[in-house]
Ligand binder design. Structure first.
Ligand code: 13P
Ligand code: SF4
Length: 307
């Protein structure tokens, strides 16, 4: 059987099981194309959390990385949240620990902690308000009267938002190992090859890269920009999985990856076979203890109130 036929056979089986289980499949923009194509909803981490918080499905199949599935579980304790591959973690999220954050808070007792949603649930218990790359600026702007802000764990997102809002933060030394692979020379090379193309990059990129971009956007922000832009050519500085969605939604436009090296290995662990297996066996379930969930939920809820 060829790959296309095999994928459509798997997609049909997944569809049937989804109906039987009253399940919804949420897919992040960096997943492989075949998985994106069976999504009930595809999006960035902000939109995926919002969709999870509103769904009336009984089961959420989360095709992304663990912190995203945990956020869905924090928001929907009565639903079964399952992941096709339990090893799909986020290396940036693993760069911070609850203990480490407690020590930093001890040094700045008056500070408010803003935490990127790319953090484990236990770390979220020590965060006052979460943010994503799609709403970090708005979250900071909502903290008008706050003098001191600790921003964790992504130092590059912190740097970008600090410049944009003209506020200083105490930062954590975390970063995304995939986005740092995008170098300024990659952008310059692609600009030279496609002189009329616009450049969009993710705020997890280094400052030397973000300063070369026309726009710095979350993955959903890039999708909206691509639709609205009059430019027929766009250089995309983020994980290359997003190109599948951009090309599918904008068949008349051309998209070039800033770097072919920008591949997040854990985002690529999910396959159609694993999605089917996950629905057949109702595993791997992501469950958060009530003690952690209730404390972590305050920070996620506070973010969702902002945007
Ligand atoms: P988005 O919120 O833009 O989807 O990004 C999530 C992520 O993990 C980026 O690396
Ligand atoms: Fe984490 Fe980076 Fe992968 Fe996003 S791309 S999931 S931040 S390692």
């Amino acid at each position: 059987m060829n790959t296309k036929n095999n994928n459509s056979r798997l997609a049909e089986k997944i569809q049937r099981l989804k109906e039987q289980r009253n399940a919804i499949v949420l897919v992040h923009n960096y997943q492989i194309g075949e998985v994106q194509d069976i999504a009930d909803y595809i999006g960035d981490s902000l939109r995926l959390s919002q969709t999870a918080s509103r769904t009336d499905a009984d089961v959420i199949v989360f095709c992304g990385v663990r912190f995203m599935a945990e956020t869905a579980s924090i928001l929907c304790p009565d639903k079964k949240v399952i992941m096709p591959d339990i090893n799909a973690g986020c290396p940036m999220a693993d760069m911070i620990t609850r203990e480490g954050l407690k020590i930093l808070k001890g040094k700045h007792p008056e500070a408010i902690v803003v935490g990127y949603v790319n953090t484990p649930s236990e770390v979220k218990t020590e965060i006052d308000v979460c943010c994503t790359s799609g709403n970090a600026t708005e979250v900071i702007e909502s903290l008008k009267d706050i003098e001191k802000i600790i921003f964790v764990p992504d130092k590059y997102l912190a740097h970008y938002v600090s410049e944009k809002t003209n506020r200083d933060f105490v930062i954590w030394n975390g970063y995304c190992p995939t986005h740092v692979k995008i170098l300024p020379e990659d952008i310059l090379r692609q600009k030279k090859a496609h002189v009329k193309a616009k450049v969009v990059v993710h705020p997890e990129c280094t400052p030397l890269v973000t300063q070369l971009a026309d726009e710095v956007l979350s993955t959903n922000g890039m999708c909206a920009y691509a639709k609205a832009s009059e430019s027929p050519e766009i250089i995309v500085g983020t994980e290359i999985g997003l190109l599948h969605r951009l090309r599918k939604e904008n068949p008349g436009k051309k998209f070039y990856p800033a770097s072919e090296q920008a591949i997040c290995p854990t985002m690529k662990l999910t396959t159609l076979e694993k999605v089917l297996w996950c629905l057949e066996n109702m595993e791997y379930e992501v469950k958060i203890t009530d003690e952690i969930r209730l404390r972590a939920k305050r920070a996620v809820d506070r973010m969702l109130e902002v945007k």
